[in-house]
Design a protein around this ligand. Sequence first.
Ligand SMILES: [Zn+2]
Length: 315
Amino acid sequence: MNWISNYVRPKINSLFSRREVPENLWTKCPECGTMLFHRELSDNLNVCTSCDHHMAISPRDRFRALFDGGIFTEIKVPEPVADPLHFKDQKKYPERLKGAQKATGEKEAMLVAEGEMGRTPIVAVAQDFSFMAGSMGMYVGNAMISAAERAVKLKRPMILFSAAGGARMQEGILSLMQMPRTTVAVQMLREARLPYIVVLTHPTTGGVTASYAMLGDVQLSEPNALICFAGPRVIEQTIREKLPEGFQRAEYLLDHGMLDRVTHRKSLRDELITIVRMLTGQPPAVKGDLPAPSEAAPMAEGQQAEAPKAPAPKA
Ligand SMILES: [Zn+2]
């Protein structure tokens, strides 16, 4: 028995786990079923190359794509009280948290950073749906407040990428209190006359939709994102009526005036740069790299036409 459990079983397991590795290099698009190579997929910002379906993207990957050269500085978020209700369902809350931390490599469901996007300084916040469904707990509330405080201090606009299943049940009423808290954070930006731009990503639901994710000066969304307070299934069961097609999806909400724009993930960065620069009265962004300073100097002074002529009389 010992020989079987100590030697044979691990051997068999290792054989099977070895076979899983190449499979992890491929992701199946949930929309069209195409197998996508992981590098190709991440180069395309997790958008399916064959059907344009927008898959989830981690806040860190999003920031790498958003900020110039992928460089950003994380903003520290004050640690809230851990497990104040000593909550337990099938698992204890701290165990669930640890599991999510291990699975995502992140500390919590929200990442806050400052940096430049097209040489435009901003503060950005991104929510992580893979971390306990991006649920809004005290940490997320603290993150929104830290981000807003930092934006006010640096006089920078703030951009939010939302994704959430709603409030974090394990924190009970304390998670619901984050709705007014984050609303106050957004108000701080308003009072400082700084733009607050929201990019809704799939899915943004519940208490998050009922607070900071709907308070943007400009409301953008990624295509086909589900954006709602109560989900379509719950509504259908309650009113016992069939809902219209595309109900609560980004395009439907755009048609009904709840959003300003639905933007493809690949055009999002350029569009955010344009919006931020327009709202803060900055000139349009310079596309591409600037020429080297030595070449740029005569052009800037308007000597461009004279410079080539100078050696001519000598000859
Ligand atoms: Zn696809």
